[in-house]
Every structure is written in structure tokens, then in C-alpha cells.
Design a protein around this ligand. Structure first.
Ligand code: C2E
Ligand code: CA
Ligand code: CA
Length: 773
């Protein structure tokens, strides 16, 4: 039977068709009543009991159909299949066709079997009346309409034909087009129904997709109609505005939503007018977007798209993350991460804001504050404590009166303090004394206390001249003075500092030129054997003949070159020159070159030394480099590594100025040294002070016993030399007595000659009892 229901109509659409068949049951009851009444009337008219049977058949069939319909109502259509639908359509068809067949048979019986004119008229009338309802009730099923028509028509036609009257045949023939046109009508109705159902189906698909899209978009959306009432609203808007899903928003003016929000604390009530006004501005197109800060600490951006007279679409976006990130970025851009103080950029803005109301002649000041020995705190207590100290220090700074002070951390341990409200130039003294006393002193930590001392430089000026950068430069110069002063915690800037600074800058430029041009003079101070008093080596010393200031000693310009970062150029120049000159002395004596602490931090120093030796073709044992204790202390691991590499190349390493630095004897043992140069301060008083002599002797013997060669520096008098000869352990001596620094040529001339400083008598060792008392 499935051929009967062959269809490509979607199953859910078919269900709605079948539901149409099963619906509208009143007409069935009405039909049953009409059919039974007609049968009974014909029975009373004709007295033929068969019509009562027809009446019973109608009642029975309709009852069965009604029961079937009752079952249909309870059927489960959740899992729809065409088979299931087919079954129900078949049930319906059987019932409906049975009624039509009974009607047809009623006519056949009246026309042909009893041939009673009233029965014929009545049954044909009731049949035609019923046929009309075939279309009305059953247009949804093509099968039902056709088969019911056939079931009703065929017995009637048979009856008409069998009566054997041409008139009946003609009238019967007319019934055919009538039935056909009924079928046609039903088809038309069905197609309309189909189109309507399909449209509804499409619409519901679109609606459900729209709904899904609307409730799954990240933003909230409110669509307003032309009267600014809500036509569409999604879940997200409710979430953002804290409106429960149970509250119906559709068709309500948007203004009501705003009132609801203010009532429920999303924003304060007195903000309502302001919020309303801003929303109106959006709706009127005067603004594209606006960000609202709601009480639940969320930032909601609202954008509006106009739809002309049709209203507007409001898009709600939760931009809390973005706003907070922006705020954090802004905070990071303005404040120092460690201490929370304003950074240098924001500091200027704050100072400008604070001084906006000042008069042109008001005095203001800028102080630069430096934590003394902060590096030492870091080194001894660790960076964590260092950071904590900076934080606590910043906290104290932050406690200063904000009406008068703006504090800032410029980086490292450099803090800047802007000061206003200075009554006169002497008042700054009081202010600085108080502030520096407040900032220095004991800082408490969980497990220890740290005493912090600070240095500060301050520059004062009147408001109309103030240029923060200029003030800062001046305060920095004053700080430089404070740092080098032993007594003053803070120093105020005076013009002379600037002059000094400028000439220092000028000197730096000149030095750079001198080093670049290789115009420094190199002199060599003899290093003499204590036994033979012959020159065995020389120390290369640089000397700068300034075109304007005359000779400037290395003690003055070496620190400058180090500060400028050009010391390595100077070292390279000295190494090259010393190696060349030494090679010119026929490999008879060695040469010593001083290295700076900075050189030893530079991995290139080893190559530089080896390169100088190669260029001069000088054997490495003739070169010695001198390093000071401070150079070793500053970065012991790195320095040690460099020295070891130099020693591996066969170069001698002397520890210069021994005894003047930190004098930690322990490292003597661990460093790759070949020689110790005992500083001249050990020699100065040996003639007059027995303890000084014993100290020199101790140091010398200790160094000697550790396996180092020993040079004693700064020997100026014959008495000193005589005593030194008695110490034991020293190999070499150096000092003005044995020779001041000379040019390379002068050294050449001296070679081979024994020094004339002492007669043989003098060269005798001093006995212990001759020692000074
Ligand atoms: P230093 O390495 O201890 O060099 C010896 C210094 O002591 C020289 O001073 C020398 O003239 C001086 N001197 C020598 N004998 C005596 C003496 O008997 N009594 C006294 N009072 N002084 C004596 P100078 O040339 O002024 O050098 C000072 C320092 O400058 C040197 O001390 C050295 O550390 C540094 N220096 C000199 N030239 C260079 C260089 O080319 N490179 C580096 N990095 N430093 C250098
Ligand atoms: Ca030296
Ligand atoms: Ca020295």
C-alpha cells in the first residue's frame, strides 16, 4: 500500500496535513446526525427496515472512527516516520471511505433496489451535501478526496445505470464532472495549505536560527521599534543589566529598563537622568558609542545603529577587561612598579599640576636623593631586602605633605623630590635638614634593622625660571658634591658647580681627543733588582700634556677615562707602545702595564694583550700586567677568569698597591698571581717607626712564602733601601731613589748600568739591631 502514500513532502509537514484530517471533529458528529436522521426519515416514509440498518451502519462506522481519532490524539509523534504517518492516513482513509461507500450504497439502494422517488431524492441530497464536506474536511489528503469521491460516486452511478432510464444516466454523467471539480478544488486548497505550512516551517527555521545567533553572540543586543520600545532583546543584555529572565521586556519602552536598573542598584538613582541623557544621545545619533560604569564594577560599552523610522539597534559590549587593562597600562606608564611612586614622566605632569597656581616669584626646589651604599645592601642582604628597603624608603617619601612635595623614583636608588612653599632661600636649609633626617636612619625588616644614610643635592629657583630638567641637572651636580663630601648629607647647588662641571666636560672631550690621537706620553719607571741594583724591568706610566693646563697626572685623568668608557682605548695604546719599546731594548728587561678594573670586565682584554705582544714580537714572559685589589674585588669570578687566561698565555700578573685595598689576604691564595707589589704606604715610615718596618717585613715575607715575587714600591731614600734589604723576601724595588719615570730612549741608555744610588757599603744588609726603635 505504500505506493498510495508515495510523497516527497517532509515528514513533519505531512504530520500537519494528517492532523488537519483528524481535526475538526464536530463536522463528523454533525454528519452522523444528518445521515441517521435522513435514514430514519426515509424509513418512516417508506417503511423499509433497511434504512434503519443504514442508520446503524453510519453510527457504527462513525464510532469506530471516533475511537481511532481518540487513539491518534494519544499517539507519540516525537519520532516521526513516513510509515507511522502512512498508517494514520490509512486509518483515516478507511473510515472516511467507509462512510462514503455507505452513502453511495444508500443512494444505490434507494434508486435501484426500492426505486422510491422520496428515498432517491433524500439519499441523493444527503450524499451531495456530504460530498461538499469531503473537500472542506479532507483537502489535506489527495488520496482521501479521490477515494472518498470514488466510494460515494461509483454505487450511485451503478444505480443510475441499472435503473435503465436515459434520464438517470444523463444526470449520473453530470455527477462525474461535479466530483472531478471537487477533487480539483481540494487540490488547490491542499497546495495553498502546503505553501502555508512550508512558509511557516521556513519562518520557524529562520526564527530559531536568529534566536540561536542572538543568544550566542558575545554582545548584548536590544532592537527598539519606532516608538523606542523593545522589539528584540537577548540573554546577554539581561545578564549585563542584572535583569531576571522572568521579567518580560518585550514591547516595554527602553526607558523602563533604565529605571529598573537604577532601582536595582546598577547605577545610583541620581545618575538616572545622566544615563538617560547619554542613551538619548546615542539613539539620536549624536554619539556612536559610550561606555557606562555600572555599580557591579563592570564597564559596558553601548553602540547604537539607527534603522531610520524603524527604530535602533543597541549593542552592549562588556569591556571591563579592556578598560581594566588600559587602566593598568596607564598605571604602569605612570608609576614605578616596585615602589608605586610616580615615575619620571608622570612626575613632571604632577609637578606642573601642583605648581599651576604659583606666583612667578615663588621659590621652588628640586632635590635628587641617593641612598648611600645601596649596592652594599643588595650585596650583603640580597636583592629582596634591597627592594624592600627601596619600598620602605618610598613609603617615607610618600608620607611627606602632598601639598608641598612631589616624590618620584627615577630608577635604581635615585629618588627625586620636588618642593614648593619655600619662604626664602635660607628656608630650604631647614626643609632639607628635616627631610633628609626623616628619610635616613633605621629601617626595620622582619629579621634585621638597616641603618640607611642618604646624600642629596638640591637646586632652588623661582617659579618663572623653572625648567625641571635644568633644575635636575643642577641638583645632580650638588648631589655629586654631597657624595664626595665627608660631612654634608645634602648640598645646595651653586653656580661654581656648573662651571666646574663644564670644565670637567671640556677636559673629558680633550682627553678623548688625546687618547684617540695617541698623543699621551709614555714614561717608564725602573724596577730594580734588590741584589744587583740593576734595572730588570720598567713600569709603563702614561702622562698627559694638556695644551692649555700643562702636564696632568694619571691620578686625575684615569678616573675620567674610566667614567667615559674610553679606558680600554688608553690601555690598548699603552700595551702596544710598551711592548714595542720593550722589544727595542733587546729583550734585556721586561715591561709592566697597568690595567684598569674596567679592562678586566672586558673579555677582549686577553686578545688585546696577545695582539700587542705579537705586533711587537715580544716574548710573553717580558710582559707583566698590574691589577689592583679593587679591580679584583668588584667582580671576582670574571676577573679571575681573565687573569687565568692571561697567565695561561705566559704573561706575568702583579697585584698592584698591595695593602691599600680591602686587604683580604685570603684571595692572595686563590688568584692566579705571579707577583705582589707592596704599596709605598708600607715604606713611608719604616725609617722612623719600628712597627711600620715590622709590618713591611711581615707583608713581604708572607708574600714571598706564598710563592710570589715581591716588589716594594715607593723607595725614596737610601735608609729605606737599606732597611728593605734586611727584610728578606723582597726581590725588586721601585721608587724615586731608584729612578723617576723616564722616556724609552733614556731607559735604553740606562740599560746595563748598575745604578749609582748606593755604594757597595750601602748595599750591605742591615742587621736586626740596626732597626729603628
Ligand atoms: P701606580 O701603578 O702605583 O704607579 C706608580 C705611581 O707611583 C706613579 O705615579 C709613579 O710616578 C709614582 N711613584 C713612583 N715612585 C715613587 C716614589 O718613590 N714615591 C712616590 N710618592 N711616588 C712614586 P703616577 O705616574 O702619577 O701614576 C699614578 C697611578 O696612575 C699609577 O699608580 C697607576 O695606578 C695609574 N696609571 C698610570 N699610568 C697608567 C696607565 O697607563 N693605565 C692605567 N690603567 N693606570 C695608570
Ligand atoms: Ca702600577
Ligand atoms: Ca703601585
Amino acid at each position: 500500500m505504500t505506493w498510495l502514500f508515495k510523497t516527497n513532502i517532509p515528514v513533519d509537514v505531512r504530520l500537519s496535513f494528517v492532523r488537519a484530517l483528524y481535526g475538526n471533529r464536530e463536522t463528523l458528529w454533525f454528519g452522523l446526525a444528518a445521515h441517521m436522521l435522513a435514514c430514519m426519515v426515509i424509513y418512516f416514509k417508506t417503511g423499509d427496515i433497511v434504512f434503519v440498518i443504514f442508520s446503524g451502519l453510519f453510527a457504527l462506522t462513525t464510532s469506530i472512527r471516533m475511537y481511532d481519532m481518540h487513539v491518534f490524539d494519544r499517539a507519540d509523534f516525537s519520532r516521526l516516520t513516513h510509515d507511522k504517518i502512512n498508517r494514520w492516513e490509512m486509518h483515516y482513509l478507511l473510515g472516511a471511505c467507509a462512510i462514503c461507500l455507505i452513502l453511495g450504497l444508500l443512494c444505490f439502494y434507494s434508486t435501484y433496489v426500492i426505486d422510491d422517488p422520496f428515498a432517491e431524492l433524500a439519499s441523493l441530497s444527503i450524499l451531495l451535501a456530504s460530498v461538499v464536506s469531503i473537500v472542506g474536511r479532507n483537502y489535506a489528503s489527495r488520496n482521501a478526496v479521490v477515494m472518498m469521491s470514488v466510494c460515494a460516486l461509483v454505487p450511485v452511478l451503478f444505480g443510475f445505470i441499472l435503473v435503465d432510464s436515459i434520464y438517470h444516466v444523463i444526470i449520473g454523467a453530470l455527477l462525474v464532472p461535479y466530483f472531478l471539480s471537487n477533487i480539483q478544488m481540494a487540490n488547490g486548497l491542499r497546495q495553498s495549505l502546503f505553501a502555508a505550512v512550508m512558509n511557516e516551517r521556513r519562518l520557524s527555521t529562520v526564527v530559531s536560527r536568529f534566536d540561536t545567533a542572538l543568544n550566542n553572540m558575545p554582545q548584548g543586543l536590544v532592537m527598539l521599534d519606532g516608538r523606542a520600545s523593545i522589539a528584540v532583546v537577548n540573554k546577554q543584555v539581561r545578564d549585563m543589566l542584572n535583569i531576571s529572565q522572568n521579567i518580560s521586556l518585550l514591547n516595554r519602552p527602553f526607558e523602563v529598563v533604565l529605571r529598573y536598573c537604577s532601582k536595582h542598584g546598577l547605577f545610583p538613582r541620581d545618575e538616572l537622568d545622566n544615563v538617560r541623557m547619554r542613551i538619548d544621545e546615542l539613539l539620536e545619533g549624536r554619539r556612536q558609542r559610550d561606555v557606562f560604569h555600572f555599580g557591579n564594577n563592570r564597564y559596558i560599552e553601548v553602540m547604537c545603529n539607527q534603522r531610520r523610522e524603524e527604530g535602533a539597534v543597541l549593542i552592549f559590549d562588556d569591556v571591563t577587561g579592556r578598560i581594566e587593562a588600559e587602566a593598568q597600562i596607564q598605571h604602569m606608564a605612570r608609576y614605578d612598579g616596585l615602589t608605586g611612586l610616580p615615575n619620571r614622566f608622570y612626575f613632571e605632569t604632577l609637578v606642573r599640576a601642583l605648581t599651576a597656581g604659583n606666583k612667578p616669584d615663588d621659590l621652588v626646589a628640586l632635590a635628587v636623593i641617593d641612598l648611600n651604599h645601596f649596592k652594599h645592601v643588595n650585596d650583603s642582604y640580597g636583592h629582596h631586602t634591597g627592594d624592600e628597603l627601596l619600598r620602605q624608603f618610598a613609603e617615607r617619601l610618600g608620607q611627606l605633605d602632598a601639598e608641598r612635595f612631589v616624590a618620584s623614583r627615577f630608577g635604581g636608588d635615585e629618588f627625586v623630590l620636588f618642593i614648593q612653599g619655600i619662604k626664602d632661600r635660607s628656608h630650604i636649609n631647614t626643609v632639607m635638614d628635616e627631610v633628609t633626617a626623616y628619610l635616613s636612619g633605621v629601617y626595620e625588616f622582619a629579621s634585621q634593622q638597616i641603618y640607611l644614610d642618604i646624600s642629596a643635592g638640591v637646586a632652588v629657583d623661582i617659579m618663572k625660571n623653572v625648567d625641571l630638567r635644568g633644575l635636575h641637572v643642577n641638583a645632580d651636580l650638588a648631589l655629586y658634591e654631597a657624595k664626595s663630601s665627608e660631612h654634608d648629607r645634602w648640598v645646595a647647588f651653586v653656580e661654581a658647580m656648573d662651571t666646574k662641571y663644564r670644565s670637567r666636560q671640556k677636559l673629558k672631550n680633550d682627553l678623548r681627543e688625546a687618547i684617540n690621537a695617541g698623543s699621551l706620553t709614555v714614561v717608564y719607571q725602573p724596577i730594580v733588582s734588590l741584589n744587583s741594583l740593576r734595572i730588570v724591568a720598567v713600569e709603563a706610566l702614561s702622562l698627559w700634556h694638556h695644551p692649555k693646563f700643562g702636564p696632568i697626572g694619571p691620578a686625575d685623568y684615569i678616573p675620567l677615562a674610566e667614567e667615559m668608557g674610553i679606558i680600554t682605548e688608553l690601555t690598548q695604546f699603552m700595551l702596544n707602545r710598551a711592548c714595542q719599546d720593550c722589544a727595542g731594548w733587546g729583550h734585556k728587561i721586561g715591561v709592566s702595564v697597568n690595567l684598569s678594573a674596567i679592562d678586566l670586565k672586558n673579555s677582549g682584554i686577553v686578545d688585546m694583550v696577545v695582539d700587542a705582544l705579537q705586533k711587537a714580537q715580544l716574548p710573553s714572559y717580558l710582559l707583566e700586567v698590574e691589577v689592583t685589589e679593587s679591580a679584583i674585588i668588584s667582580d671576582r669570578v670574571k676577573t679571575c677568569e681573565m687573569l687565568q687566561r692571561l697567565k695561561n698565555s705566559g704573561i706575568n700578573i702583579a697585584l698592584d698597591d698591595f695593602g691599600t685595598g680591602y686587604s683580604s689576604l685570603s684571595y692572595l691564595n686563590t688568584l692566579p698571581l705571579t707577583k705582589v707589589k707592596v704599596d709605598r704606604s708600607f715604606v713611608r715610615d719604616i725609617v722612623t717607626d719600628r712597627r711600620a718596618f715590622m709590618l713591611l717585613r711581615g707583608v713581604t715575607q708572607l708574600s714571598h712564602e706564598l710563592g710570589f715575587g715581591v716588589t716594594i714600591e715607593g723607595v725614596e731614600t737610601e735608609e729605606q733601601l737599606k732597611l728593605i734589604r734586611g727584610t728578606g723576601g723582597a726581590d725588586l724595588v721601585q721608587g724615586f731613589l731608584l729612578g723617576a719615570p723616564l722616556s724609552a730612549d733614556e731607559i735604553s741608555a740606562q740599560l746595563g748600568r748598575s745604578l749609582s744610588v748606593m755604594s757597595n757599603n750601602h748595599a750591605e744588609a742591615v742587621q736586626a739591631d740596626e732597626l729603628p726603635s
